[in-house]
Design a protein around this ligand. Structure first.
Ligand code: PMP
Length: 402
């Protein structure tokens, strides 16, 4: 289906109308169904990007379409002066999945969820915060201060201060940085934007012990890893002895709608006072109805099992190719990084797109896969069949990446 526009048209028009804050070129897409997407010229792609881990159920999932349609037809936005059923029900459902008592603050994005965590941190009365090198927490000023990628921070300094960045996965460095002045430590269970970096076993548990000893909050940024992406409801649940004080969520939670959440437990849940934080669309019934549909479908269709199974099939299939461009595959569930033997990821991304597969290159060496959680055998098989040709294409032309 092409509608009335073409790739060339949409490309020319976006260049004249949208700010160029993301790179070029950008593929113009017009329709999606499940794991399939179509561009404006009618070309079909299999989606292994999933809106950067957003489309938990793929595109146009009937449960999300139905929930959103019913909700917008009965009660859309109500403002935070009032309350509606969907945000209450979604908060209850999330707390059930965490298996703990707590409180939820709804917002519209991952960056905003982390702003909420940042403010909760400041409300402890301490200012110092510890985050990780290479970590990504969003682009708003507070979230950017926590982000450990100096290139992204540089043009925007001064950022909110008193943040120490420590090497990711290094419990000793963390212990050395955390003091009794530290408000919070923020960690991603897996660093997604930094190329799907998995910390050593025991790291999160050590972080829990270090923060507990210092009276600091442990904030886990599960914006990318949460809501089933790693084969657990939340990635930290794969680790024993890790109970965070705050978890931030977004992306997959809304199944394609803008929805973020700051979930706080224990004393962290009591710190925000009326009037200290808020956003107009936070807890929007339509986005929350989508969130409920996502959680119900993941539970009802056994998708956590599917994530583990398809993740393993992808990992084994890719490593089993024995291709000279592939070092190894890392990650968990359906958040996987194909670590290449050189800086070939941008070219693999382009070759994959030319072959009808959308993948992503968060770093020059890593190709990231974040397909829908309900991915079927057929889509995985199609990717595994096509991958050798895609890699050969990248390998064979004598160029060595961007
Ligand atoms: N935290 C993590 C771990 C992320 O991966 C991202 C987005 N890539 C964010 C925060 C920011 O989310 P958003 O783009 O919705 O603001």
């Amino acid at each position: 289906m092409t509608g009335t526009t073409t790739n060339a048209d949409l490309t020319r028009r976006w260049q004249g109308a949208l700010m160029n804050n993301y790179g070029t070129p950008r593929l113009p897409l017009v329709r999606g169904e499940g794991a399939r997407l179509w561009d404006a010229d009618g070309r079909e792609y299999l989606d292994f990007v999933g809106g950067i881990a957003v489309n938990a159920l793929g595109h146009a999932h009937p449960a999300v379409v139905d929930a959103v349609s019913r909700q917008i037809a009965s009660l859309g936005h109500v403002s935070n002066l009032f309350v509606a059923e969907p945000p209450v029900a979604l908060a209850e459902r999330l707390l059930e999945l965490f298996g703990r008592e707590g409180r939820v603050y709804f917002c519209n994005s991952g960056a905003e969820a982390n702003e909420g965590a940042f403010k909760i941190g400041r409300l402890t009365g301490r200012r110092h915060m510890v985050a990780t090198e290479g970590g990504f927490h969003g682009r708003t000023m507070g979230a950017l201060a926590l982000t450990g990628q100096p290139g992204k921070q540089e043009p925007f300094r001064p950022l909110p201060g008193d943040v120490t960045h420590v090497p990711y996965g290094d419990a000793q460095a963390l212990a050395a940085a955390v003091t009794d002045e530290t408000a919070l430590v923020i960690i991603e269970p897996i660093q997604g934007e930094n190329g799907v970096v998995v910390p050593p076993a025991g790291y999160l548990k050590a972080a829990r012990a270090i923060t507990a000893n210092a009276g600091a909050l442990l904030v886990l940024d599960e914006v990318q890893t949460g809501v089933g992406r790693t084969g657990h409801w939340f990635a930290y649940q794969a680790h024993e002895g890790v109970l965070p004080d705050v978890v931030t969520l977004a992306k997959g939670l809304g199944g394609g709608l803008p929805l973020g959440a700051t979930v706080a437990f224990g004393r962290a849940a009591e710190l925000l006072r009326p009037g200290q934080h808020g956003t107009t669309f936070g807890g929007n019934p339509v986005a929350c109805a989508a969130g409920l549909a996502v959680l119900d479908t993941i539970a009802g269709e056994g998708l956590l099992e599917n994530v583990k199974r398809q993740g393993e099939r992808l990992r084994e299939g890719i490593e089993g190719l024995g291709h000279p461009l592939v070092g190894h595959v890392r990650g968990a569930g359906l958040l996987l990084g194909i670590v290449l033997t050189g800086p070939h990821a941008p070219r693999v991304q382009q070759a994959a797109q030319d072959a009808g597969f959308l993948v992503n290159a968060p770093t020059p060496e890593v190709v990231r896969l974040m397909p829908p959680l309900n991915l079927g055998d057929d889509v995985v098989d199609a990717f595994l069949r096509a991958l050798p040709g895609i890699l050969d294409e990248t390998h064979g032309d004598g160029r060595s990446g961007e």
